[in-house]
Design a protein around this ligand. Structure first.
Ligand code: SAH
Length: 504
């Protein structure tokens, strides 16, 4: 029986900012069995693919071998013939300097169905992210996208410098970094003024975007002096001289700042997103992971007799999720009955909210001591407390409540374990001092980070979520650069922003 042929989607991933892929592109990724992606594509875009999808990087200039075009064409056909749904994910747009024609020709010949999903090409991103309009009434009424790549016998013959020099508008050179002195000189020799405004836009829409304004005559020198590497575009024409005092992209408070997020993977995303929204380049290195308890029996016993307790006390959002998910597996929320709920902080209270529960008590300060104090206002003597906690948590709360006459039982609702293998890329960036901030959002994370990276942590600034985390870091011999005023993730974001705005 001949197998059903799969389908190939040529998808434009956009210039770098992961938000710039289209909805259709995301749908294709979600349906893909295999994704063949270019090195220029932001790997964050791959999170739209299913966890089971096979992800294949087609190589990086100067490092791995880049797969020749004919091999890529053949691979697309081979995979589709296996009946698989294939996404060929490209930087920018698939039809702009991206071999779409070669690939679709091979697919047509093999009778493999395909679809092309456009993306935002780098030149268009320069218009929005670098603030260089591509057209301008009166001075630039046309745009030319030009490849400055020179492959022996192919592109070098194609460029008509006389026509380009006379072009009535904006010239945008792709792949022109290493060949800049050649093509800029050729344009000048063809009659274009060396004083024509120019702009080099490197890594457009990435957190390390750079824009260098110059003139046609100085492009090559700027590239050499600054040792600029691809990917970069060069815009030549009057529009390159148009500037604004502000640029929405690079003026964001944390633009150009590299921040390491160390929370457990399932909790890192919202924190990372808040930092990225402010312009930071966010790197992830979980220092701990959160796992189900080794043994559920203790929790199960507590859950069938919740009516024996007056208070159920949560000291983390993880605890809320673990306990309530387990409860909902066998019963429903009515099992909570009249029990009162206490949450150590707003994040924990919000986690309760997701289960349509409202905390009866949230202390003003988010730490165990404050929760114990706040609970004491509720008459502790003789009251029965169930504390939902991590396998390794602080004992302060239980001790203080017991001392005040409370009858305290603790139940382990999740295991918190250290990550022991650091990501190699992150480890080397830390060693080289290429990370500005390390966020330390609990004492357990502080200890794990020290075990993972030791003295390399000193090359970056440490941002601690609370005085307790700061104290742990100091005990371990590390200085803390900033501490959150509000002991929450957004408090920590504020503290880092304040350090960059010159405040505090
Ligand atoms: N299909 C892509 C172009 C691929 S050719 C697109 O539509 O954008 C690769 C060239 O694109 C690079 O050498 C560089 O000139 C340009 N490029 C790609 N991404 C870029 C970025 N984020 N910033 C500046 N130039 C970029």
């Amino acid at each position: 029986m001949p197998q059903t042929v799969g389908k190939v989607f040529l998808v434009g991933g956009g210039p770098g900012d992961p938000g710039l892929i289209t909805l259709r592109g995301c749908q294709c990724l979600a349906a893909a069995d295999v994704v063949l992606y270019d090195y220029l594509v932001n790997p964050q875009i791959l999170t739209h693919a299913r966890p089971t999808a096979e992800l294949v990087c087609l190589g990086r200039h100067g490092r791995d071998r880049i797969m020749p075009q004919s091999e890529i064409d053949a691979e697309l056909v081979r995979l589709a013939r296996e009946g698989r749904t294939v996404v060929r994910l490209k930087g920018g747009d698939p039809a702009v300097f991206a071999h779409a024609h070669e690939e679709t020709a091979a697919l047509d010949e093999a009778h493999v169905p395909y679809e092309i999903v456009p993306g935002i090409t780098a030149a268009l991103a320069a218009g929005s992210y670098a603030g260089i309009p591509l057209t301008q009434g009166g001075t630039a009424s046309a745009v030319a996208l030009v490849t400055a790549q020179q492959r022996e016998g192919i592109d070098s013959l194609v460029l008509d410098y006389d026509a380009l020099a006379a072009f009535p508008g904006t010239l945008i050179f792709y792949m022109g970094v290493t060949t800049a002195s050649h093509w800029s000189t050729a344009l000048i020799l063809a009659g274009k003024s060396p004083h024509t405004p120019a702009a080099i836009v490197r890594r457009c829409s990435w957190p390390d975007q750079e824009t260098i304004r110059c003139t046609l005559g100085t492009i090559a020198r700027e590239i050499e002096i600054r040792r600029l590497r691809p990917p970069a575009l060069v815009v030549v024409g009057p529009v390159a001289a148009l500037t604004r005092k502000h640029n929405w992209f690079v003026d964001r408070p944390l633009f150009g700042v590299r921040v390491l997020v160390t929370r457990a993977p399932h909790q890192a995303q919202t924190f990372a997103a808040a930092l990225a929204e402010l312009g930071a380049e966010v790197l992830l290195q979980p220092a701990i992971e959160v796992l189900p308890p080794d043994d559920w029996s203790q929790l199960d016993r507590a859950l069938v007799q919740l009516d024996r307790y007056d208070w159920l006390v949560f000291s983390s959002a993880n605890g809320v999720r673990a306990l309530l998910d387990r409860l909902l597996e066998t019963r429903d929320l009515r099992a909570l009955g009249k029990i009162k709920l206490a949450a150590i902080g707003s994040g924990t209270a919000e986690a309760l909210g997701r289960y349509h529960l409202r905390a009866d008590l949230v202390p003003d300060e988010f730490r165990a001591e404050s929760l114990a104090e706040a609970l004491q206002g509720e008459a502790v003597g003789g009251r029965r407390f169930l504390l939902a906690r991590a396998s390794r948590g602080r004992e302060v709360l239980a001790e203080q409540l017991s001392k005040a006459g409370g009858r305290v039982e603790q139940v382990v609702v999740y295991e918190s374990r250290d990550i022991v293998e650091p990501d190699r890329e992150i480890a080397s960036r830390l060693r080289e001092g290429k990370i500005d901030w390390i966020t330390v959002t609990s004492s357990a994370i502080a200890r794990s980070l020290v075990a993972l990276f030791g003295a390399d942590l000193r090359h970056s600034k440490l941002a601690a979520i609370s005085p307790i985390t700061s104290a742990t870091l100091k005990d371990l011999g590390y200085d803390v650069a900033v501490e959150a005023r509000q002991y929450t993730m957004s408090g920590l974001v504020d503290a880092i922003c304040a350090a960059h705005s010159g405040g505090e």
